[in-house]
Design a protein around this ligand. Structure first.
Ligand code: SF4
Ligand code: MG
Length: 327
């Protein structure tokens, strides 16, 4: 297994108390596999990813338990210097907002080139040639001319391609993309997502795709992990989820995807808001919003039940997963 996150717990100390952002997350990704991590903001999906990358702000963040095994090594036991070597070269991250992730005063060619001069000891000239090659590879037209331009001179979609090129530069084994297309128009979103999926196959990388939008992952993900209040509430092969969700929260997310065949219909929205991570409800954290909640849900926290039948491994943290699956 390329990456295995085991029983990860992360909390934040705030003036108002301790926010429990990640509460026992388990997931894994293999080479050539795409895992979509889905959830609303505050579900812990980004915090988990930042912890894997080793870019979590500590303090206020604190890892209270867990292991992150990457190519067999527990990253949480490595020195910062060793982690820095892994970052960029072995694992890279793509963020939602390319404009604030790229350096505004350096040309994109200089930024891409730096990956090769700094990490690979290449000459400036060779690094520039590599930069053009990469821009071509992520299908930026007229790469030879545009390599001299600055980030603000590119459209949102093109900037996101530059981010992808930066992430790919050192051919990492794992890429984590946090809402990579959220800021883009729908058509551009699809193009960038297709490109990412294509490159992932070409390089046989593991890809973790973090998103709040179940609609964008159907065609690209192998597995989906749905997070709520810092836990994974459903984990399954992608086809299983689209066939029938085994958790009411996943069902709510599915029902809120706009569908072309239902134009004009009012979209379903899950009622209420995600809980404060300082006051996670007892029992099932989703119970105040769940249309299927029973008394037991308010007292007993559901474990991740094994769901069968499944095309692979499947789990649901709902006492009533059978009813959900067949409802
Ligand atoms: Fe809803 Fe209960 Fe299942 Fe939680 S355990 S998702 S509250 S039915
Ligand atoms: Mg986020």
């Amino acid at each position: 297994m390329l990456l295995e996150v085991r029983d990860l717990h992360v909390e934040f100390r705030t003036r108002d108390g301790v926010a429990k952002a990640v509460n026992g997350v388990n997931y894994s990704v293999d080479a050539g596999e795409t895992l979509a991590v889905l959830g609303e903001s505050g579900s812990g999906k980004s915090v988990t990813a930042q912890t894997v990358m080793g870019i979590l702000d500590m303090p206020p963040g604190r890892i209270t338990a867990g292991e992150i095994l990457f190519q067999g090594k527990d990253l949480l036991k490595l020195k910062e210097e060793e982690r820095r070597k892994i970052r960029g070269a072995e694992m890279a991250m793509i963020f939602q907002d390319a404009l604030s992730s790229l350096n505004p005063v350096l040309s994109v060619g200089d930024q891409l080139g730096e990956m090769f001069t700094v990490h690979r000891g290449m000459s400036k000239k060779d690094a520039r040639a590599k930069a053009v090659e990469l821009m071509d590879h992520v299908r930026i037209p007229a790469a030879k001319e545009r390599v001299k331009q600055y980030p603000h001179q590119f459209s949102g979609g093109m900037r996101q391609r530059i981010m992808i090129a930066m992430a790919l530069a050192l051919e990492p084994a794992l890429i984590i993309a946090d809402e990579p297309t959220t800021a883009l128009d729908v058509t551009v979103q699809a193009q960038v997502m297709d490109l990412l999926a294509e490159l992932q196959r070409e390089y046989n990388m593991g890809l973790i795709l973090i998103t709040h939008d179940l609609g964008v992952v159907a065609d690209v993900a192998d597995r989906i992990a749905v997070m709520y209040a810092g836990r994974i509430v459903e984990s399954a092969p992608v086809h299983d989820i689209y066939k029938a969700p085994a958790h009411p929260y996943t069902r709510g997310l599915l029902d809120s995807i706009p569908r072309l065949d239902q134009k004009g219909q009012e979209l379903y929205a899950i009622k209420g808001l995600p809980p404060s991570l300082m006051h996670i409800p007892k029992g099932c954290a989703f119970h105040p919003r769940c249309p299927m909640a029973q008394d037991v849900c308010r007292t007993d926290e559901p474990p991740l039940y094994e769901v069968t039948p499944s095309d692979g491994e499947r789990g649901s943290a709902c006492h009533f997963w059978r009813e959900c699956l067949h409802g």
